[in-house]
Design a protein around this ligand. Structure first.
Ligand code: NAD
Length: 483
């Protein structure tokens, strides 16, 4: 199955509806993080290839933008159906290149496909309005035009969904795109291209250029006047660089960056529900998610009960190759990611944290790290300020509502916060005081194609999903007239 699946996956660049090698024949290896085996050698786009991809997207733009919204919608709807037809194959591919367990990969494929269904429906609701100028009586007609060519840059943690969350609204809006997937996980998007072609996406509308030379390749595209949108998901550090590059040509940025999510459990919470939510918020994708709960604040009265239950649940997860039956915890994406988790846990333990479960790196091969629960974590532990990006829960206690709000907000990030309480009035009061773009109130999952996903502060600019996600790819124009 493994070799069969990989034998049919494309490994070249997809430009203008054709596969091609990179202009200088450069390639890079893709590794299976569960076995450390090289599974593919993928073409690495050069600056010339990036230019060719922008040429293709630029050439395809006029005709795609001129299509009726319904025609574009039908193609997106078809893409949703075809992805779901191929769900199992795509899920296995995600597991092989990213490491996540198959149930997580299946859920990701369904989530990824849903962005095409949602935007197939949302793209036909590109409405404007008419106003009357108060002084002159002139009519002000407001409408929204496709912005132009969009450059999309995505991370490795959700190889399918982070890309379709951008391709869906871009295509629905009438934009054409050049996508640069993460070098750790380029195969999923390459495998999607024949599916989009089958759905009826014309040549040049979507181009995919994996590259080991991300900095130069993306920078070159951001200095091409035909590019009007840069939509990026990844680390705050790289997002900041892209914002600098985008400034030169005043390219519209949409930035989905890092997070440092607090997970607050009040003394009146339903503890079993909080544990269920915690397992999703912490363990979806092995903790390799920008939305992952990074800091647990549990009221001192319920701390011991919560910690004991979380220890049992997390300790009960089967770790192994994500393709194997019953496995819920695959390897982390690479040695660097695994070593960072080891470092953060060591640092916390040195500063007084107690390991309730996990904390021991197994022998290789594979970049495995076990589900780990830490209590008595010191305020000075580095993991409270940085994304752990691994299956580690750090628990601290608190006494009062005001105190926990202050501690939760004490971060430069503002992506998502979770809170559990039996008192909805308190839930709403606290939610409004938390400086995060998204709040999970008695819920451990906020991601939904119908919701505006995005962060405040250094977690980003703009929103993906919902109507807001469509607006990122549209320019507002108004026509002033009289009759
Ligand atoms: P990363 O920033 O290292 O890489 C993201 C993408 O940018 C990759 O395609 C990479 O090749 C490319 N890249 C790297 N350097 C570049 C440069 N100089 N110029 C242009 N492109 C460059 O992030 P990652 O390690 O792939 O992903 C993890 C990060 O993504 C975490 O910080 C996580 O929180 C964040 N993330 C955020 C969201 C969100 O929606 N807010 C979702 C998923 C992941």
């Amino acid at each position: 199955m493994y070799d069969n699946l990989l034998a049919n996956v494309p490994t070249d660049l997809w430009i203008g509806g054709k596969w091609r090698k990179s202009s200088d024949n450069e390639c890079f290896d893709v590794i299976d993080p569960a076995t450390e085996r090289t599974i593919a050698s993928v073409a690495s786009a050069s600056v010339d290839d990036a230019k060719a991809a922008v040429d293709a997207a630029g050439d395809a733009f006029e005709a795609w933008a001129a299509k009726k919204p319904r025609e574009r919608g039908e193609i997106l709807r078809k893409a949703f159906e075809l992805i779901m037809r191929d769900q199992e194959r795509l899920a296995k591919l995600i597991t092989i290149e990213n490491g996540k367990a198959l149930p997580d990969s299946r859920a990701e494929v369904a989530y990824a496909a849903e962005f095409f269904r949602w935007f197939a429906e949302e793209g036909v609701r590109n409405s404007g309005d008419m106003r009357i100028a108060p002084a002159s009586g002139a009519r002000i007609l407001v409408h929204h035009k496709p912005a132009g060519v969009a450059v999309l840059v995505t991370p490795w943690n959700f190889p399918a969904a982070m890309a379709t969350r951008k391709i869906g609204p871009a295509l629905a809006a009438g934009c054409t795109v050049v996508l640069k997937p993460a070098s750790e996980t380029p195969l999923t998007m390459l495998a999607l291209m024949p599916i989009l072609e089958e759905a009826g996406v014309p040549a040049g509308v979507v181009n995919v250029i994996p590259s080991r030379r991300s900095g130069r390749v993306v920078d070159a595209m951001l200095h091409d006047m035909r590019v009007r949108v840069i939509s990026f998901t990844g680390s705050t550090e790289v997002g900041r660089k892209l914002l600098h590059s985008a400034a030169d040509n005043i390219i519209r940025p949409a930035m989905e960056l890092g997070g440092n999510a607090p997970f607050i459990v009040f003394e009146d919470a339903d503890i079993d529900a909080a544990i269920e939510g915690a397992m999703v918020a912490k363990m979806r994708n092995m903790g390799e998610a920008c939305t992952a709960a990074n800091r647990f604040y549990v009221h001192e009265k319920v701390h011991d009960a919560f910690a004991a239950k979380l220890k049992d649940k997390m300790g009960g997860l089967k770790m192994g190759n994500g393709l194997d039956d019953g496995v819920m915890l695959g390897p982390l994406v690479n040695a660097e990611g695994r070593d960072k988790v080891i470092e953060l846990v060591d640092d916390a333990v040195q500063k007084g944290a107690r390991i309730l479960v996990g904390g021991k790196t197994p022998d290789g091969p594979g970049f495995f790290y076990p589900a780990t629960v830490l209590t008595n974590v010191s305020d000075s532990a580095t993991m409270l300020r940085e994304e752990i990006f691994g299956p580690v829960a750090s628990i601290q206690t608190f006494k009062t509502e005001d105190e926990v709000i202050k501690r939760a907000n004490d971060t430069e990030y503002g992506l998502v916060a979770y809170l559990y309480t039996g008192d909805l009035k308190r839930g709403m009061r606290v939610s409004e005081k938390l400086d995060f773009g998204m709040i999970g109130l008695n819920r451990g999952l906020v991601s939904d194609p119908a919701a505006p996903f995005g962060g405040m502060k250094q977690s980003g600019i703009g929103r993906e999903g919902a109507h807001e996600g469509l607006m990122e790819f549209l320019e507002t124009q108004y026509i002033s007239t009289n009759w």
